[in-house]
Design a protein around this ligand. Structure first.
Ligand SMILES: [Cu+2]
Length: 157
């Protein structure tokens, strides 16, 4: 955990010394807390509608996450403003939200996050591992606080 903190601090520092403006940024050395991006065949696919009511609408409903399963999320922004769908644990999302507040123009192309303009869609495949609690979050400032999140523990069965 100490290592992760250091990475975030260094990331903030190097971003702040770069030229201002929009830039892409990926955490190549990031370790994920709740699994990993997957290129394998998913065990199931779930569509996620992101809406300006500050809700993720999962179809079918996402009420269980099994240790070792891969889920393909087909994410669509059905709203009129930017939204994102990010997979992590509570700590990841708090840090991500802090970075977004400090660098609102930053484009987040991390493998655990898709940020979408209105009407756009993208897929993200994720293999869930461990037994942490997963926090799906939109970290556009104010959205998480308004309810744009879904929280679910990974289970062994
Ligand atoms: Cu949002």
């Amino acid at each position: 955990m100490k290592y992760f903190m250091k990475t975030v601090v260094l990331g903030l520092f190097s971003s702040s010394v770069m030229a201002s403006g929009t830039h892409s940024h990926s955490h190549d050395n990031m370790r994920y807390s709740v699994g990993e991006p997957s290129k394998g065949i998913p065990d199931r696919s779930i569509s996620v509608s992101m809406q300006d009511t500050m809700r993720f609408v999962f179809n079918p409903e996402l009420d269980k996450l099994k240790n070792g399963e891969t889920i393909e999320f087909r994410v669509k922004n059905d709203g009129a403003i930017q939204h994102e769908f990010s997979i992590g644990n509570a700590e990841d999302q708090v840090k991500h939200a802090q970075m977004m507040r400090q660098m609102p123009d930053m484009k987040h192309n991390d493998p655990n996050t898709v940020s979408l303009a209105p009407g756009k869609s993208a897929s993200i495949s994720w293999k869930f591992m461990g037994k942490d609690t997963v926090v799906f979050a939109c970290n556009i400032p104010g959205h998480f606080e308004a309810g744009m999140k879904h929280i679910l523990a990974i289970t062994d069965i």
